[in-house]
Design a protein around this ligand. Sequence first.
Ligand SMILES: [Cu+2]
Length: 329
Amino acid sequence: MTDVSIEAASGGTGGGAEAPAPANRREPHHLWRMVAIWAVLAVVVDLLFWFLVGPHVPPGDMTDVAVSNQFDFNVLFVAALPVIIAVWVYLAYTLITWRAGRKDAPEPVGGAQARTHLGVQVGWIATTTVIVLGLFVFGTVELISNAGSGGGEGPNPIWTPTSATILPVQVIGQQWKFTYRYPTFGGFESQQLMLPNDTTIAFHVTSLDVIHSFWAYQLSVKADANPQLDNVAYATTRQTGSVTVRCSELCGLWHGAMFNYGSVVPKATFYAWAKATEQATAANTKYLPPFAWTYVPDANGADGGYYPDNVDPYSNAEVYGATPVSPKP
Ligand SMILES: [Cu+2]
């Protein structure tokens, strides 16, 4: 070990020319060649990606947050592609240039010279710092400027949309389905997520049992569904179409089957549907618990969990420490 270092240090004054190449042959500056190949490829691939692939990157453009998240993903791709291209160019270049079968192939020299190269060290630290901190600032700005970017912000969101009118839709997760309540239409409950187009929606996501996660992929909305917590996420619809909703938090045996579908429809269609469903389900709605942002699960009751007991006595387990609907005798 010591011998090698001394040898390298004492012989390392020729700037990489110690390789056993023929005396009459001048080695090109391989690093600059690699940089040139990389720069051209990186620009070409980034441009091709941005214009050809970018518009098709999920989650698409069904809502404002989907558009902004697609933009974010594309920026991340454009930042990442030159990095992977650098690795591939380096690998391909070295395999070709210094392959054993090449006649008079020069022996690459590394070791001590590479380790003490100030330019490489400063360049490496500076480049990675700029990439990491740049993406950190970019991601934070994008999260805040898009009202939480479709993510759950808890019961008291600090990043809110600027729209004058917001339609609240409650998402209720339970083992193993999602249902939706519409508080501005008498609090009726639907098995299907229906949304009006060109409208800012406030999703109020909660759970009746364990932790689920409401993931409406095309809307680019993803918010955890916690029992006794009102988790709010925003999105503004821009296009009609169908939506897939999946649970994205492992929640028990049939987690994989916990999905359903929804639609973004024209405003008039939505209001007609909502009014009609409100009337059609009125007889059932009165048996639901009154609309609330969260519901107390009824762990021991024989009534299926959703429906709070109106009959005393409650056990502590039934109300999870909350105040019963009516006081104990
Ligand atoms: Cu679930």
